[in-house]
Write a protein that binds this ligand. Structure first.
Ligand code: MN
Length: 364
């Protein structure tokens, strides 16, 4: 998207401070609440150029984890320039503030507390989708996806679209209260969404049919508990683990997921857990597992997701600013979200995959 910025401006020089925006005064931010009413359900190529309406929904939830700090995540993402960055890309972005669950007793923990948050987020996400916005749920621990995916499921049930969920994460998050070694709900959302037992009272009623595990794809997996390993296998959840990424890179496995989503004309929900990234890239994480995605792999994934034109809802979760190093991880996440919403190094006429040298030779 042409935005008049000098090439490479937001990438700084050597030592890369990705969000160093010293040139910001030359590029005054656009009014963040005004947008042209564009319809972005059209053909994919139009979608690439379309301005989208994005609804930022803060979900400062940390009752799903035992490591305090994730409730500061939405504030840190805002501080790192999330709203301005998306507005600079030409999108209409409305910051809807943080959700606040009704009737949550102070000090409530466990599933009842998670349920209150999830139901509030589900309503907010469903409302944003109904209004034609792309909801961006900013967390908060990963239990928030119980709400965001539930909201997307309700929207899809009403519009007749199949839902596919791409789970970018070091973990499978497919534990049940029975299999979980820690008891932390942020390791359970996919199991609950897929209808495993032990989660009564979690969702708004009447609940839509559970998510089909075959419509879920885990990407970047490198740490799975024994009980959930059996469950992921038995339920035939799609998996691209780090071993597969080491062997084949990110492009081929992700392309298969996207091709299937395109064939199904699916609503693609992307859930980005910061621990998908290697901790050296994004240290602000309570559940660090070495051997994660690199900075470039993550950006390539985001660019491919944008090019697909299929992403209709997004979570950014598990940022723990208390563990960050001078805001570095929050900045990385904002950069990744920018790539997913269309920022690229050079404007290209077609997908990078279509402009490989062989293709040019063929055309010439
Ligand atoms: Mn997770």
């Amino acid at each position: 998207m042409p935005n008049g910025k000098p090439l490479g401006e937001s990438w700084g020089g050597a030592g890369a401070r990705p969000l160093d925006r010293q040139g910001a005064a030359l590029h005054p931010p656009k009014d963040p609440v005004l947008w042209d009413p564009v319809v972005f359900e059209g053909p994919m190529r139009d979608f690439h150029e379309a301005r989208q309406r994005i609804a930022l929904i803060g979900a400062p939830i940390e009752v799903g984890t035992s490591e305090p700090g994730a409730l500061m995540g939405p504030a840190a993402l805002r501080t790192a320039g999330l709203v301005r960055t998306l507005a600079d890309l030409g999108h209409g972005i409305e910051d809807r503030g943080d959700i606040a669950p009704a009737g949550l007793p102070p000090g409530a923990t466990g599933l009842p507390a998670v349920a209150a948050w999830a139901q509030a987020l589900s309503e907010a996400v469903e409302a944003a989708l109904t209004q034609g916005c792309v909801p961006l749920a900013a967390g908060g621990d990963h239990s928030l996806s119980l709400g965001s995916v539930d909201g997307a499921m309700r929207h899809c049930a009403r519009t007749g679209k199949p839902l596919m969920v791409l789970w970018l994460d070091a973990h499978a998050d497919f534990n049940t209260p029975e299999t979980s070694p820690s008891g932390n709900v942020h390791g359970m959302p996919l199991a609950a969404l897929c209808g495993e037992p032990g989660f009564s009272g979690l969702f708004r009623q009447p609940a839509p049919p559970p998510l089909d595990p075959n419509q879920v794809h885990l990407f970047g997996l490198r740490s799975v508990d024994a009980g959930e390993r059996a469950l992921v296998h038995a339920r035939q959840v799609g998996v691209t683990d780090m071993r597969a990424i080491d062997e084949f890179g990110v492009v081929a496995p992700l392309r298969r997921v996207l091709e299937r989503a395109a064939e199904e004309e699916a609503h693609l929900h992307v859930s980005l857990d910061i621990d998908f990234l290697d901790p050296s890239v994004a240290p602000a994480v309570g559940t660090a597992v070495p051997g994660g995605a690199t900075f470039r792999e993550a950006h390539l994934i985001m660019e491919m997701l944008h090019d697909s034109g299929l992403v209709r809802s997004l979570d950014v979760v598990e940022l723990n600013p208390f563990l960050d190093e001078r805001g570095r991880s929050a900045r990385v996440l904002v950069e990744l979200v920018a790539s997913l919403f269309g920022r690229r190094i050079l404007d290209r006429a077609a997908s990078p995959l279509e402009t490989l040298p062989t293709e040019q030779v063929k055309r010439g």
